[in-house]
Design a protein around this ligand. Sequence first.
Ligand code: COA
Length: 260
Amino acid sequence: MSEPDLVLEEKHGRISVLTLNRPEKRNALNGALRGAFLGALDKAARDTDVRAIIVTGAGDKAFVAGADIAEFEGRTPVDQYRVMKEPSIYEAVERVAKPVIAAVNGYCLGGGMELALACDIRLASTSARFGQPEVNLGIIPGGGGTQRLPRIVGLGAALRLILSGEMIDAQEALRLGLVEVVVPPEELMARASKLAEEIATKSPVAVAAAKEATRAAMSLALSEGLKLETALFQLCFASEDKVEGVRAFLEKRAANFPGR
Ligand code: COA
């Protein structure tokens, strides 16, 4: 029997759905799964038909329950250094010039939470559980959690979660601003698809530029961020999308963006 795909790739019109598929291990991220995810993400990024990407976990238990802890056993600092020199799934998600929506359907822990944090928008089902339990293992978040979590929920809430390893439910995640929307499990993918579809009707050039400019607010000084915004705003004026968007408005019709 052949091995099942570690990442399931489905295309629904202009939406790519990437499902991390190791449900028997709660979709824990081992090296093979990271590699498969990077490959699938790259494919969706290059596919000009795809205008939004949804990331979720297989099964009804987990989004991603973190790094594969079994791989940590016996690993030396040099091994870990090499692993961390490989392309990062977190940075790949942040860098891709398309919106990435996390549909969090269960345990979202450690590296799984860090994957969700790297996504542009997080939706959760009522069954989602969030946490950074690394301190239980004698380590700290290594996929950007110590940096992205405080930028999203503020320093106090981030320290509470990272220092205690406490697991929180979807309602608490909503209260903290960690997720945008909470829906019953059976509605999660439809809700994520609706949002992705909505974004897919917009100008892909504008959406990519908006993602880059808005994300830059998390790492640049205001003056630098404003300069980047100005440059990207001007770039939009070079696009066919801007010509179409403005013309469609003036002609009182829906825009049909070519994505150029
Ligand atoms: N790494 C490796 N294996 C993992 C894993 C992880 N992060 N999370 C779950 N698994 C494995 C379990 O070892 C178990 O494997 P087995 O069936 O071969 O024994 C299988 O997935 C199912 O896990 P189980 O604990 O039985 O399921 P559960 O639904 O009762 O609990 C969790 C799920 C996620 C709460 C629990 O598995 C857990 O705490 N996982 C570790 C989370 C963590 O610390 N992540 C951060 C890593 S840095």
